[in-house]
Design a binder for this molecule. Structure first.
Ligand code: ADP
Ligand code: MG
Length: 363
């Protein structure tokens, strides 16, 4: 029981960044407009995710950590097989609580259309709820004064699982992973104001105004933002598939039977002179979800032809939409990999979309 619980938690919460990912997803699921993430020592000492989302009443908050406790932890195989595209399937808070000191402070949101704010306090309940969990044991549940929304604090991750703790890398490496995760959510959700703080220092903060351009500016800075070129391919706007660039790969997609058709490609890619020596700034999202996908990466790189200096990668924030039933996102959840029914069709469409955008700029 306790041991299995800890092992299982270790399998799914690999490092601070995995906890951050789950907590940010929860905040997004809770319809938050603002999410602030603060970590200490790369997240190894502390993680705090605060949102202004729907919040929880006391009963829901207690259920959030207690529920699913037994049913999914028959074994690690079960857990691995059970995880779907949304992560832990009701296990995130529970599993994080099993391997840390977890505090949740939450209060239901009372927002409604035309709400003047006057009656918010009473309708939201005068106070919120605070729950503390230590190594899987609920140590306190009580009323707490807090704003609407939810704050989850994770301290001393893996304090009770020394073997797992030993796998943690340096503060800098763990923070890199956290930064990567939060960056991807910030880019994928430009309508949400998302900020990241490390050891009390702000790393970035997006404004949540809805424009991808402004999110890129906040995350990557002015030089990169100003070099970005807009990619926009909507098959509905095109009489013919996007083969006017004469790409042989594009022509190939015509010969498929239509499965795996791309519904849209949009986003931003950098001028071929604005590059980095690592591929981590080439971000691709399929149906709104971040994926590390060699197919899409190659598709983007192909579009640049010989214009990139050797071993250099462009910045890209590219959203590819495909019919849900033509992709398999049930690859290992931590690796965020994906398989397509029509890989060459997807690849061709992405290359064409990016190529067209570059050509429009005279590149
Ligand atoms: P899952 O997200 O798969 O349902 P979690 O363990 O991550 O499982 O969360 C359990 C439940 O707790 C969620 O289903 C949700 O009802 C609630 N919850 C978690 N985080 C938040 C949050 N930030 N705001 C509102 N509700 C939350
Ligand atoms: Mg969750």
């Amino acid at each position: 029981d306790r041991t299995i619980r800890q092992i299982a938690a270790g399998e799914v919460v690999e490092r601070p960044a995995s906890a951050v990912k789950e907590l940010v997803e929860n905040s997004l699921d809770a319809d938050a407009d603002r999410i602030s993430v603060a970590v200490d020592a790369g997240g190894t000492q502390g993680i705090r995710v605060r949102d202004d989302g729907v919040g929880m009443d006391r009963e829901s908050a207690e259920r959030a950590i207690e529920e699913h406790t037994t049913s999914k932890i028959d074994g690690i195989d079960d857990l691995e097989a059970g995880v779907g595209t949304l992560g832990f399937r009701g296990e995130a808070l529970h599993t994080i609580g099993a391997v840390s000191r977890l505090t949740i402070r939450t209060k239901p949101r009372a927002r409604s259309a035309g709400d003047s704010g006057e009656n918010r306090e009473t309708r939201g309940g005068a106070s919120g709820t605070e729950i503390r969990v230590e190594g899987g044991d609920v140590t306190a549940v009580g009323a707490a004064g807090c704003p609407e929304g939810t704050v989850v604090e994770v301290e001393d991750l893996f304090f009770n699982t020394p073997a797992r703790k030993k796998f943690l890398k340096t503060t800098a490496t763990e923070f890199d992973h956290v930064n990567t995760v939060v960056t991807h959510y910030a880019l994928a959700n430009p309508d949400v104001a998302i900020s990241l703080e490390h050891d009390g220092r702000e790393v970035f903060a997006t404004e949540g105004r809805g424009s991808l351009q402004s999110a890129v500016l906040s995350v990557y800075g002015r030089e990169v933002a100003e070099s970005m070129i807009e990619v926009e391919y909507d098959p509905a706007d095109e009489a013919d598939p996007p083969t006017e660039t004469g790409s042989a790969v594009g022509a190939e997609s015509d010969s498929t039977d239509g499965t795996g058709t791309v519904e849209g490609v949009r986003g931003l890619v950098s001028h071929p002179e604005t590059t980095r020596s690592t591929r981590e700034y080439l971000s691709t999202f399929v149906n709104g979800r971040y994926v590390t996908d060699g197919v899409l990466r190659e598709a983007v790189l192909d579009a640049y032809g010989g214009q990139l200096a050797g071993d250099r990668y462009p910045f890209a924030v590219l959203f590819v939409d495909v019919p849900a039933d033509t992709v398999d996102v049930n690859a290992h959840p931590r690796k965020m990999e994906i398989r397509y029914d029509n890989e060459s069709g997807v690849r061709a469409a992405v290359t064409d979309a990016v190529r067209t955008a570059l050509l429009d700029e005279g590149l």
